[in-house]
Every structure is written in C-alpha cells, then in structure tokens.
Design a protein around this ligand. Structure first.
Ligand code: ADE
Ligand code: ZN
Length: 335
C-alpha cells in the first residue's frame, strides 16, 4: 500500500476496475488456505513472480486461474471490502465496479453467491467511506454469446442490483457485433451499456461497440487512434473512453509509459479519464495511475483535475452527485 499523501492526486470516479483484478497475492493465499484449495504455486513469492505478462491473454490465464479461490459469498464480500478500503485511500469518491459472472458460474459458483457477496460489501461504501458505488456485470467475449444471454436473463429475473452491462476478456477475433442481442435486451430493460473495445482489437471494434451495441462509454479505446475518422467522431460526440495507462504498459499495448498516447488523446480533445483496470496485477490503483502519468508527462494539477472531471462526467451518477464531486475536485485544486 502506498505511503504517499492522497492529496497529490484528485478525488475521482473509478469507472474501469474489475473486482477480480483487485485480488492481491496475499488475499489469494489467505482465501485458498481458508477453503483448503491447492494452488499451483510453491509460495506467495512464486505467485508474485507470475505477475509479468506478454499480452492480454497471458494475463487472463492467470486472472481466471486465481479466481478459483472465490467460493463463498463471504469470499466475494471480503475481496470487495478490501478493494473499497484501498480505493478510499486512492481518493475514489464513486465506483462503477465490474465483475465477471460467467467466470464464476463456469466453476460451479451460483450467480446469487457472487452478486450477494459483492453487493453486501458495496452497500456499505457510502456509510464507511462516503463513496457512492454501483455494479456492472461484464460478459466474456470469448465464451458463447448464448451463455451471456442466459446469464443476463437470470440477472434480470433475480432483479440483481446491477446498473449496467459490459463486455470483456480476450478481444481479438471476438467482434462486438456477436453480442448485439444481449446488449439490445439489456438496453430495453433500462440497463446502462459499456464495452471494452480497442484494447488489443482494431479501431473497427470501437465503431461496432458504438453502432451495433450502442454503448455509452468505451473501455480502453486506445486503438481508435489508428483511425482518424473514428477519432474525429469520438471527439465530436464526446464519447467517454476509460483509459488505463499502467494496464496498457503491463499488457504491452505500449512499450513504455512515456510512449503512451494519453497526451495525444488529451490534445485531440477526446473525453478520456484514467482508471486502474486490474490494479493488483498491473502495479497500482487509480492514484498510482495518476502519479505515474503525472511523473512521466509532467501534467499540471489542472490537467489532473480535468481527467477527474471527465471521469465524473462519464459516470452514471445523478446530476446532484455530479455537482458534489465537481465541488470536491475544485476544493482539491484549491488546496
Ligand atoms: N478482464 C479483466 N481485465 C481485462 C482487460 N484488461 N481486458 C479485457 N478483459 C479483462
Ligand atoms: Zn478492463
């Protein structure tokens, strides 16, 4: 955990964090011990040494493997509580938390166990930390869309406390259009829509996410830069892109942070905000992402505040909560 004072980074909204990606090695070890699960690692250091990746798939292999320690509702609640505690230190005032129902159901864990566990912890975020929070169910693009449809129907039937759906997991060769029906059903039921697109996949997947899935926000979207016409549209329509700088470096989307297109994206007038993705795996929570980009690009406090305002404006909170968070960012800027 960081010893740095929180006021170096602005209060913000975290819109791109996978709760399963917040499982720190120590927690994985504790949960495995609690449930007598045999992990394929010699010890915690051996597990830690695996946190180096070639690409998205090499990360996903470890990410899904480590989830086997999540069995009971208490496991999901403890993981979520640990995240909220760390996020509060990072200055997160509002979180829209992703989870991957299929990754757990495929292992035989009931959907209600997952949802009840995560939500029981999330429901305490306001009282404990003054943090508003909501839940977004992500569907895995490398599994059968029919399965995603079935899970969505179950979520709707059980009136699960989710505000929206997303799309994640391996991207290449899994175009967004495969999930058109699922997103249409979610939309007709009043759910908000987001999708990972243009992380490793081509700019055209960003276009499909917008035109076929009708998403309101694009997760990552960095590959859009290869397509000037798409960039012009994203700027014109002010489509929010949730950018995750440390994730992009860890998964080798960019060779180094200094080569990250974030300054070019800001310069182009894109509505970008900064997020952590899978903080336990990629070297830090949202505050660490802010300090890393500030250090490398020399961003001013006003530029950091603008990124935080973009996050707030890209979220699904009410106008009154938006005003509160803008006030918090203004106060931080005046410190
Ligand atoms: N699931 C968790 N993290 C992810 C990422 N960075 N891209 C796609 N799917 C994910
Ligand atoms: Zn992600």
């Amino acid at each position: 955990m960081s010893e740095r004072p929180a006021n170096l980074t602005p209060p913000t909204a975290e819109l791109h964090v996978h709760i399963e990606g917040t499982l720190e090695p120590e927690t994985i070890w504790e949960l495995a011990t609690r449930s007598s699960i045999e992990l394929p690692y010699e010890d915690i250091d051996d597990l830690r040494s695996r946190y180096r990746f070639e690409d998205l798939q090499s990360f996903l292999d470890l990410y899904y493997q480590n989830m086997q320690v999540l069995v009971t509702a208490q496991d999901f609640a403890d993981m979520t509580s640990a995240y909220l505690q760390r996020a509060a230190v990072a200055g997160v005032k509002h979180v829209e938390l992703f989870f991957d129902p299929q990754a757990h159901m495929a292992r035989g864990v009931e959907l209600t166990t997952v949802v009840d566990g995560i939500f029981s912890a999330l429901a305490e975020s306001t009282e404990r930390y003054g943090m508003s929070s909501s839940l977004i169910a992500c569907f895995m693009r490398d599994r059968d869309p029919a399965e995603a449809m079935h899970v969505l129907q179950q979520l709707l039937e059980m009136e699960a406390p989710v505000i929206g759906i997303g799309l994640d997991s391996a991207e290449r060769d899994y175009p967004p259009r495969l999930f058109e029906e699922i997103f249409a059903l979610a939309r007709s039921n009043g759910l908000r829509l987001v999708a990972h697109a243009g992380e490793e996949g081509p700019a055209d997947y960003v276009r499909q996410a917008l035109d076929v899935l009708r998403v309101e926000r694009v997760d990552h979207g960095v590959q859009s830069l290869a397509d000037p016409e798409l960039v012009a549209r994203l700027v014109r329509e002010q489509i929010p892109l949730t950018v995750c700088p440390l994730s992009n470096v860890a998964l080798r989307g960019v060779p180094t942070l200094a080569e990250h297109p974030l300054p070019a994206m800001l310069e182009a007038g894109l509505k970008i905000s900064v997020h952590s993705d899978d903080p336990a795996y990629f070297g830090g929570y949202v505050d660490t992402n802010y300090t890393a980009i500030q250090g490398v690009f020399g961003l001013s406090r006003e530029q950091l505040a603008q990124l935080a305002r973009n996050a707030v404006d890209s979220s699904f909170i009410s106008p009154s909560r938006t005003r509160e968070l803008h006030g918090e960012i203004d106060r931080w800027l005046a410190e």
